[in-house]
Design a protein around this ligand. Structure first.
Ligand code: IMP
Ligand code: MG
Length: 184
């Protein structure tokens, strides 16, 4: 159910336009991604690294669909302020405590837009000498001019609209929505 008008007034004036991916569609795709990831990895340590905050719901659903031993940690980077345009100023606010060397690293991202965030993180993670590095993105806008590493696993090709819900925010609002919606 869409939030009431009263709830929408608390969200900085932006309203939901339409649901782009509903709950069952997301659940089915996440189950498939879990199967793809399970099948793709050989023996060895798998560390699933969630990029916070946007990936928190996707990551928690996804890891429960991966049927092999794995560990979970997080990265916190900030690239957007209150706007809907990528600033390219990526700051690392939290660096994983876990040792990365010798492990298969699966970096889980909510959405690939300009790719600036990922390019910065891929360069940083490669310096830690992982056994392999791959990206799993829930959404991919396919507008990035240059990607250091193309996503190996993608949930959905995304429209160019600004999307919220299922972890994605606009100025920290809308993350809790169980579906993915566009804004007016
Ligand atoms: P990029 O660096 O331009 O690829 O932006 C990546 C980050 O920007 C994502 O992890 C999101 O946090 C945010 N972002 C980009 N596009 C959207 C969107 O449509 N909705 C919500 N957040 C977005
Ligand atoms: Mg964000």
């Amino acid at each position: 159910m869409l939030p009431s008008t009263a709830q929408l007034r608390q969200t900085g004036g932006r309203k939901l336009a339409r649901i782009v991916f509903d709950e069952p569609t997301i659940a089915n795709r996440v189950r498939e991604l879990g199967r793809e990831i399970t099948a793709a990895y050989p023996e060895g340590d798998l560390l699933v690294l969630g990029l916070l905050k946007g990936s928190f719901i996707f990551l928690s659903d996804l890891v429960r669909r991966i049927e092999r031993p794995l560990q979970v940690d997080f990265l916190v980077a900030a690239s957007y302020g209150e706007g809907t345009e990528s600033s390219g100023n990526v700051r690392l606010l939290y660096d994983p405590e876990t040792e990365l060397a010798g492990k298969h690293i699966l970096l889980v991202e909510d959405i690939i837009d300009t790719g600036k965030t990922l390019n910065r993180l891929v360069a940083l993670l490669r310096q830690r000498d992982p056994r392999s590095l791959a990206i799993c993105a829930l959404l991919h806008k396919h507008i990035a001019e240059h990607l250091e590493l193309e996503a190996a696993f993608v949930g959905f090709d995304a429209p160019r609209a600004f999307l919220v819900g299922y972890g994605l925010d606009h100025a920290e609002n809308f993350r809790h929505l169980p579906y993915i919606a566009s804004l007016t």
